[in-house]
Design a binder for this molecule. Sequence first.
Ligand SMILES: Cc1cc2nc3c(=O)[nH]c(=O)nc-3n(C[C@H](O)[C@H](O)[C@H](O)COP(=O)(O)OP(=O)(O)OC[C@H]3O[C@@H](n4cnc5c(N)ncnc54)[C@H](O)[C@@H]3O)c2cc1C
Length: 466
Amino acid sequence: MKDGLDPPADSGRETGTGRHVAVIGGGASGVLMGLHLLRQPGDLRVTLIEGQGPMGLGIAYATTDPEHLLNTRVHNMSAFHDDPHHFHRWLEQRADGAKVSDQGFVSRATYGAYLGALLAENDDNPRLHRLFQAVVGLQETDTGVNVQLADGQSLDVDRAVLATGHATPDKARQWPIVGAWQPHVASDPQGLIILIGSGLSMVDQVLSILKSGHEGPILSFSRRGLLPRNHTNTAPLKVQAAELPLGASVASLLRWARSLARLAEASGGTWRDAVDGIRPHVRTIWRALPQVERARFLRHAATWWDVHRHRIPPQSQIVLDQAVLDGQLTIRKATFQEARTRPDGLVDAVIRPFRRSQTEVLTALRIVDCRGIRRDPETHASPLVAGLLSAGTARIDPLRIGLEVDDHGRLIRADSTITPAIYAIGPASRAAFWEITAIPDIREQVARLAATLATQPAFHRATTLK
Ligand SMILES: Cc1cc2nc3c(=O)[nH]c(=O)nc-3n(C[C@H](O)[C@H](O)[C@H](O)COP(=O)(O)OP(=O)(O)OC[C@H]3O[C@@H](n4cnc5c(N)ncnc54)[C@H](O)[C@@H]3O)c2cc1C
């Protein structure tokens, strides 16, 4: 494999004698996990397994639209938290020689190419094996895990790491709604396009639709009609661990966050300094939050947090604002009820406007689902995850965010014991850590896990969940 992006024939299965880790999923989390494992001293072997696309892309970085920018500045996107300028150096060394500020925002496709290139640097590394097929089952064994592949073969490894990402809706079941990550072309440049949701995926869609020359109206709606805020320069507040209101109610947490925002503003900054100061502590705060408060957060505060935390680059904001000013883009508060196909090929969207009991029917060229990544993990489970759930090797957390894992990321079985050899990382571990979807969080998680896996003593039988 030359550039790490094109799937080659399966690249070898078994060599060497060292501890062997299978990483399932070759999106950003899986590739980062693989790279961090390969940085560990010793002869630990890694088999990285991807079932669909080229490695390093996954949902976020598979886009080829150059308008789809990272919502994180270059200096925060290094693959290695102990080498924060790594991504910037890689950008500067590229053949096109274009100057990029480490405070800037590059395209998500560029980031996918970066991860692919880092993987390609290991083309001749005998410790790395890449497989391009789906994992359909994981079976715990006395010595580790048996990984079952779609072609009927299997491999025995010491540890398996699930990097299977977000639960995505089945395209066929979604019809006539189109997924935000599915390519689609509007048949009539004057027709209405409806976007369900008003978050980051909606922003991507609007940018692509406008770039395609579409002149017709675009309607985005969501329950609260909140839009992601934009980036400006920030100087994150230094929030000490001792100051965290651990275990407090969501109402107290919001009061605390607002008081930090006022503090930042009083010293000439903005609320962003408070949000960015809190961000490194979100996992700790989430872990300490009682279940009932977590549920309250999801109901009342998660959207509010998301629009402040996941911000858009200024250049995207300018395009969005102009589209609103021109009257082409409208944002409404409404909930989506259903979509119906029509004989003329158009689609009807049934929506219920905010605080109204009557529904409204809007006829559109297309309805795009931009509701982001929060899906019911069981309804949208892949065959692998469905199998783990039905075997009792995994269970869904009480709030139905995702697979339940312990502090170390090990799966928790249906009977509350811990699987000693199967871990989950990135969004696949979201139920336990909440904020584990962005690269700065994932790279720290995988660095810690890589060190653990490389130094772990011999295999242990299951331990009981305390
Ligand atoms: C649209 C979007 C934009 C984002 N922008 C940013 C950003 O600017 N900055 C930032 O820091 N973060 C960003 N993020 C967040 C973050 O980077 C992603 O959440 C991250 O890419 C998660 O990667 P993942 O590998 O865990 O999951 P995914 O991207 O979902 O990849 C999972 C991979 O696993 C494979 N897989 C699944 N099941 C199996 C199986 N059974 N066998 C084999 N393979 C399997 C899939 O084919 C897929 O390739 C963005 C996220 C999204 C969705």
